[in-house]
Structure formats: C-alpha cells, structure tokens
Design a protein around this ligand. Structure first.
Ligand code: NAP
Length: 249
C-alpha cells in the first residue's frame, strides 16, 4: 500500500516512515524539505498520486497562539481537500490527550485540526498521545523564570517516541472514525518528573511545585493531561528513555 506521511521528516514522522518502509509499504515522506507543503499546497497532488491513505504528523514552525491555529487550520483544510479529491480511504492524525480539557493556544489549534478531520467525510482515526519525553526541555523553558521552573503538581504521563509504532499500527488497521489514546507507562506529578529529567541531564534549574502555575498559559487540573478512559500504554519509562538518549538510540 502507498502511504503519504505528512511531516515525515519530523520526530515522530521519521520513525513512522522507517517502520512502514520496513514492513514493505511504499511511503512518501512529505514535508517542505521534500517539496510537499500543506500550507501552500505545493507538491501535494503529486505526493498523493496512487496512494489511499495519509498520516498527518506535521507540526507548526511557530507555537504562537495565532500562528499555530492558522497552521493547523490551513494545513488540515488543504490536506483533507486533496485527500477527498483523490478518494482517500483513511486519514490518520496525531493529536494530544486532553486537548479539549485545557485552554492554551496550541491545544485550541489541535481541537480545530480534529474538527476539520471529523467533518471531512474521509474515514479517519485520531490518535491522541500524551506529551513526548523529547518535549521536556521545551516545557521547562516555557515555565522558567531564570533558574526557577514553576510547574503544577497535576498528573503527567509522558510518552517516548515509541508512539510511532502505534501510529504505524493504527494506520494499517481499519479506520475507527474515532479517537485512540496512548500514554507513557508512568503516571506521576508533573513537577516531580520534570525535576527528575532536569537533574538527569545536568540542568541546574530548580523545579518549584506551584498549584497555580499554568501549562503554556492554560489552567490545568489534576487529570487534565492524562487519559480519562482506556488508553494504550507505551513501554519506555523516563529512566529507560534517558538511558537510550545517552546511548544515542
Ligand atoms: N510534542 C508533544 O508532546 C506532542 C504530543 C502529542 C501529539 N503531538 C503532535 O505530534 C505531531 C508530530 O510532532 P513532532 O514533534 O514529531 O513534529 P516535529 O518533529 O516538529 O516535525 C514537524 C514536521 O512537520 C513538517 N512541516 C512543517 N511545516 C509543514 C508544511 N507546511 N507542510 C508539510 N509539512 C510541514 C516538518 O517538515 P520539515 O522538516 O521539512 O520542516 C516536519 O517534518 C504534531 O502534530 C504534534 O501536534 C505532539
């Protein structure tokens, strides 16, 4: 089967492409670097020729509220229109657990992306994952004031990039016309796991437990960022992920 992976050069995209190629599928890793741009529409039609399925793993170059909303809306519209014209049978996209339960700008953009998919008429599966461990540094930076990182003690269940295996598996299964959730194996207070991460990588910043601290500007409650119902679980916890990162795996 020919599958178009939009964002196929990214963190999750490149791993997903590798898995699908290994399983013998024909894969187009579409991204601006390879001449496929979902914002301008450039290269989309050519990338889709002969394919029946797309996996959307693109991400916005800017996380600023307006820019990220514009990115996911424009990219989603262009991609889904091209898929509809080509008669695609499955659209898979990666979203975020709890994206409709907090009010930051990035989450609002992902909700907008999900809405476009649901009304597109194309059979779909949305995978909602918890935060990637690769994102710990970005989280610390966004919550830092000098050497102090303020984070709320809400539950957190980060996942390693092994989320790509689930993306590939879901893409090869029948469309659910619904949502599949995946989270990491450890559910722990947000402030504690980020403190563990910073200590392990030798980052001198101190994490302060602050129940009033926001997550990218949005309020979060105890269970805002973790699955509320049934979820697939990744196998790689923080310690194993740190070991693999140090080994360059
Ligand atoms: N970070 C998290 O904790 C988290 C959690 C759950 C879900 N997600 C979602 O997971 C998805 C993948 O994230 P990631 O971290 O793997 O992304 P990433 O590493 O930042 O990669 C982004 C990809 O998007 C591509 N891209 C950018 N602009 C594009 C455009 N105009 N047209 C086509 N492709 C474009 C990039 O291509 P170039 O390389 O050519 O620039 C790159 O391949 C995102 O949708 C994100 O919302 C993230």
């Amino acid at each position: 089967m020919k599958i178009v992976v939009i964002g196929g050069t990214g963190l999750i995209g490149s791993k997903t492409v590798a898995i699908l190629l290994e399983e013998g599928h024909e894969v187009v890793a579409g991204s601006p670097k390879s001449g496929v741009n979902t914002i301008t529409g450039k290269g989309l039609k050519e990338a889709m020729a002969g394919a029946q399925e797309a996996i959307d793993l693109a991400n916005s170059p800017s996380f600023e509220d307006k820019a990220v909303l514009e990115f996911f809306e424009t990219s989603g519209r262009n991609l889904l229109a091209a898929e509809a014209a080509a008669g695609f049978r499955h659209h898979v996209a990666l979203s975020i657990v709890g994206t409709d339960r907090s009010d930051n700008g990035y989450f609002r953009a992902k909700v907008a992306q999900e809405k476009l998919i649901k009304i597109s008429g194309i059979p779909y599966t949305i995978i909602r994952a918890t935060q990637f461990m690769e994102f710990f540094g970005g989280i610390a930076d966004s919550s830092a004031d000098g050497n102090i990182v303020r984070l709320p003690p809400v539950l957190f269940q980060p996942i390693a990039a092994d989320v790509a295996a689930v993306v590939a598996e879901v893409a090869l299964a029948a469309p659910r016309n619904g949502i599949v959730e995946i989270a990491g194996p450890e559910r722990v207070p947000f402030n504690e796991i980020v403190a563990r991460y910073l200590k392990a990588v030798g980052d001198p910043r101190q994490v302060v437990r602050d129940p009033e601290a926001r997550y990218f500007g949005g309020r979060v409650e105890e269970r805002s960022l973790v699955p509320l119902g049934e979820a697939r679980l990744g196998r790689i916890g923080l310690d194993e992920w740190l070991r693999r990162s140090r080994a360059g795996a």
